[in-house]
Design a protein around this ligand. Sequence first.
Ligand code: 57M
Length: 359
Amino acid sequence: MFYHFLYPLHTSFSSFNIFRYITVRSIGGAVTAFLLMIILGPMFIRALRRFQIGQVVRDDGPETHLAKQGVPTMGGVLILSAITCSTLLWARLDNPLVWLLLFVTLFFGMIGGIDDLKKVRKQNTKGLSARGKLLLQIGGASVVGLFVLLHPGFDGHLSVPFFKNISPDLGWFYIVFAVLVIVGSSNAVNLTDGLDGLATGPTVISGAVYLVFSYLAGHAVLANYLQIPFVPGAGELAIFCGAMVGASLGFLWFNAYPAQIFMGDVGSLALGGALGAVAIIIKQEILLAIVGGIFVMEALSVILQVGYFKMTNGKRIFLMAPFHHHFEKKGWHEPKVVVRFWIVSVILGLVAIATLKLR
Ligand code: 57M
């Protein structure tokens, strides 16, 4: 919005030129979203308490989690509001990629929100049916896959990190691939969101890395120089990513151990879906497995544990899945697990950035 209202004034006041720059607007988006979270957070937490929107904790988990019963949940509503307001303020609103990303994020948020409300209302841990949730997720993700294939200038080629000359063309199968990436990413973030700040930290890091990649993908000269796919208009997604980083950092303020609020499925499904969608739109799909390595490891730990559990009639690989519970069961203090996962996430983020030159 600022771009449309303030940038035209640059003819009278040259300093209004800054509203043209994606870098300035990305930082503006991050700071705005962060401030919205910090200012509205306490009020929002009080409102959740008043309306008794508190977490229902499973009784089969690590004992330390029983104390978390009733912690206000659905903080994702505030995260999504901050991301949306900030993106609408700082991004160019004539860019269809921005609208696509906002749509898919809010759609995934809606799925999570319905799930959360069902759990809170019924006061149990069963929300939407797994099948219903998956079908809705597939529907939302297909929109992105279709858009990418049908939009002029986009195609079904994949970028493979570290290999500039390998770019397989998936053709129409790209839609299925896009669905796998977006739905997988959404559910992986959801599985990771089981300790204070655990999902929020890697979301900040992944958002920051994709901010850089979106900026580069939208810049013809830099994309060509770095030999990454040039996606016209992708630069504006850097503003969305900035807003996601700012909102997640602002949320972490309250979600850090001991958490005063959880994001709920409304937050985790939406943030994961958004990361998957950015990866698809800017054609850096496989990179997500590196940047979001923590999410991948958490999801894999569940797949392996459940598979092995079924195959062996009740034997386990980990003390408990997802992976973070394994370390808790081993006696690591919760913040220790979380900070160590963040450290791994930072390193993976750096590796992802390094793929720009190592190819
Ligand atoms: C949801 N949600 C947390 C909060 C958050 C297939 C199976 C492995 C699925 C998995 C599962 O359901 N995972 C997804 C994870 C829950 O948090 C809420 O959910 C939102 C995110 N979706 O925002 O609203 C609990 O996580 C804790 N929490 C924090 N801090 C936070 O900032 O401490 C969350 C956010 C909260 C709180 O305690 O109540 C969750 O874990 O429920 N299932 C599991 O994760 C279960 N694993 C399991 O059953 N493993 C088995 C195998 C054979 C399937 C095994 O290894 O033996 C565990 N989950 C729990 N307890 N809570 C089992 C034990």
